[in-house]
Design a protein around this ligand. Structure first.
Ligand SMILES: Cc1cc2nc3c(=O)[nH]c(=O)nc-3n(C[C@H](O)[C@H](O)[C@H](O)COP(=O)(O)O)c2cc1C
Length: 204
């Protein structure tokens, strides 16, 4: 049972969350977690101007996903930073190349789930995840979120990402905030939850 974790991360926040999702997936017997990045669309020059080159180097060992790989997975957990309340362009471009899979119905019935990151607390994590779900529904994914049984999303004693729609983290205006333990727990929970449901579907 293969769970693909497909993400884009410019400064490393989504990358860290993706690793936590993978940890959660691996807690389920028989579940394999496979980490993949979507292709970059920006030039090295632009990435340099955006101060992202060091972070990009630290993620370079994660293989780039092909669209055909999506069809080989039982479940796909997508991770994206927020761009004006939506998924990032790199992810949009990757998904827009899945028309051939759509024609074949190759993703119908697979489990799909989304996690996100934004600079600010109310900068669009929920809208990013919910608008991402539209594409997943067109492809026939069975959408899985982050249920309230992950009680960390009820916390009000500290600022935290996470909602019933999916795990999320707040990166800060300069990317200075790293995912907190509670946010990483939410990502682990989501990974485990996705893998549990996917393995139930695979058995039926
Ligand atoms: C073009 C652009 C648009 C962005 N839009 C938002 C936004 O609408 N709300 C927000 O809180 N952060 C926004 N951000 C900040 C990113 O979401 C933040 O850098 C990202 O979540 C960090 O995750 P990463 O390190 O995995 O790339 C934007 C960043 C860029 C470059």
């Amino acid at each position: 049972m293969k769970v693909l974790i497909v993400y884009y991360s410019m400064y490393g926040h989504i990358h860290r969350m993706a690793q936590a999702v993978a940890e959660g997936v691996k807690e389920v017997a028989g579940a394999e977690a496979v980490l993949r990045r979507v292709p970059e669309t920006l030039s090295q020059e632009i990435l340099g101007k955006m101060g992202a080159l060091e972070a990009q180097k630290s993620m370079a060992h994660i293989p780039i996903c092909t669209v055909d790989e999506l069809a080989t997975a039982d479940a796909v957990v997508f991770g994206t930073p927020t761009r004006f309340g939506n998924m990032c362009g790199q992810m949009r471009q990757f998904l827009d190349a899945t028309g051939g899979l759509w024609q074949k119905g190759a993703l119908v019935g697979k489990v799909g789930s989304v996690f996100a990151s934004s600079a600010t607390q109310h900068g669009g994590q929920e809208s990013t995840i919910l608008s991402f779900h539209i594409t997943l529904l067109h492809q026939g994914f069975v959408i899985v979120g982050l249920p309230y049984t992950f009680q960390g999303q009820m916390r009000i004693d500290e600022i935290t990402g996470g909602s019933p729609y999916g795990a999320s983290t707040i990166a800060g205006g300069q990317g200075e905030r790293l995912p907190t333990e509670n946010e990483l727990d939410s990502a682990r929970y989501q990974g485990k939850h996705v893998a549990t449901i996917a393995s139930k579907l695979a058995r039926s």
